[in-house]
Design a protein. Structure first.
Length: 118
């Protein structure tokens, strides 16, 4: 499930558990609302430390579409995770959004926040 809250000027998104295509509409609306709260597109911290992934290939496709759609609305996305596939996914999604993206290990949370503030 996705949660979204601001930490200062940074929009912190947390994904926990598995992602299912049924989550798309709710997640899409939540992201729209949170991004639209501010006049300036916020930098995003995407916290994947407790995220297990999409439950199927079809669900992964819906997740990818959600990320690329909203990735064009912001300038920077810091992804914090611990699994190799999360790092690879960050690299693979990067060419499909205008946002600058960078992957950080779980113990690099402070570095991720600093990168977003620069």
């Amino acid at each position: 499930m996705l949660s979204a809250d601001y930490r200062g000027k940074i929009l912190v998104l947390k994904l926990v558990g598995e992602f299912h295509k049924e989550h798309v509409a709710e997640s899409d609306q939540l992201l729209d609302d949170k991004i639209d709260e501010r006049q300036v597109p916020p930098p995003i911290l995407l916290d994947l430390r407790r995220y297990e992934g999409a439950s199927s290939l079809s669900d992964a496709w819906h997740e990818l579409k959600l990320i690329t759609t909203h990735g064009d609305r912001v300038e920077k996305i810091a992804v914090v995770g611990s699994l190799d596939w999360q790092k690879l996914a960050t690299l693979l999604v990067s060419p499909f959004t205008r946002a600058k993206e960078r992957f950080f290990e779980p113990d690099e949370m402070q570095e991720a926040l600093e990168w977003l503030r620069d």
